[in-house]
Ligand binder design. Structure first.
Ligand code: FES
Length: 295
């Protein structure tokens, strides 16, 4: 990838305030491999909060990828946005299960309190409201996800409190007291052995230990047992966009996937929830899709 010398004045692509130097720095960090484009777009989005059109044109030009390819990746993954988003993303499920449990009333309340429609951002750029068809936790509906934190069985009376928590930052949340973020114990779907590992904590709870296999290498992967947390620790370096397989560290059998990710089409990896139900996580590094069905 060749870096272009630009003057300070040229650095800013005026209409969208895209800093060319930033984009070139991001492009330089990534090789032009299969997962490279996703990683590039993730970094641009982290920098700007969305994918400005100008940045996609620069990415296309500098990587040699046709612009249509860049756009197809940018529009395929739900986590990417072509429009500026607010500091906080509120995503309310309107899927069938949540719908029958009162999700439309929750969405109305969110619209009213934020003063915007679904798909819009508040004028102060604090909140963006989106609706989705299923967040994969149907038994816990109505489900609302704010800044990646899942809140289950949400009632209208709880909305203002949730928005206030988002404004103040969820980092200050006492997870143990928040009923929307909860620990789960899971077992291997083959041998039923517990996968929770008390010797290694993540998010202040036991981690979920599995064996990950990627690129002919195997190593441990420990996931947060908090549903709604994406924290993990891994022995293997797996590049963003790669698909891994997951095995039980006790019986060595690969977890059998029976469905594909609705976001990126990689196999979903199932584990049994202690007490009944299944949790599934996407096997693609970087895809945050996961589903929980409890009975
Ligand atoms: S319908 Fe809302 S989580 Fe599935």
């Amino acid at each position: 990838m060749e870096q272009t010398a630009v003057s300070n004045k040229e650095n800013i692509c005026a209409e969208e305030e895209v800093d060319l130097k930033d984009i070139l720095r991001i492009l330089e960090k990534h090789n032009d491999d299969r997962g490279g484009l996703i990683a590039i777009l993730e970094e641009i989005q982290a920098e700007y909060g969305y994918l400005p059109e100008k940045s996609l044109r620069i990415a296309s030009e500098k990587t040699g990828r046709p612009l249509v390819d860049v756009y197809s990746v940018a529009t395929f993954y739900r986590s990417f946005s072509l429009k500026p988003r607010g500091r906080h993303l509120v995503c309310a499920c309107l899927g069938t299960a949540c719908h029958v449990r009162g999700a439309p009333r929750i969405v109305e309340e969110l619209k009213q309190q934020l003063g915007i429609k679904a798909g819009e951002t508040t004028p102060d750029k604090e909140f963006t409201l989106e609706t989705v068809n299923c967040l994969g936790a149907c038994a816990l509906g109505p489900v609302v996800v704010i800044d990646g934190h899942y809140f289950s069985k949400v009632r209208k009376s709880r909305i203002s409190q949730l928005l206030e928590q988002a404004r103040n930052g969820f980092g200050k949340l006492d997870i143990g007291k928040d009923k929307g973020i909860f620990p789960i114990n899971v077992n291997c779907p083959h041998c039923n052995h517990s996968l929770n590992d008390e010797t290694f904590e993540i998010d202040g709870h036991t981690s979920i230990r599995v064996t990950m296999s990627s690129d002919h290498k195997q190593g441990w992967l420990r996931l947060s047992c908090l549903y709604g947390s994406y924290n993990f620790a891994s022995e293997l370096e797996v590049s963003t966009g790669s698909v891994a397989s997951f095995l039980c560290p006790h019986c060595g059998v690969e977890f059998p996937s029976t469905s594909d990710c609705s976001v990126c089409t990689a196999p979903m990896v199932p584990m049994l929830v202690d007490g009944g139900g299944i949790v599934q996580i996407c096997s693609r590094r970087g895809c945050r899709n996961h589903m929980l069905d409890v009975v």
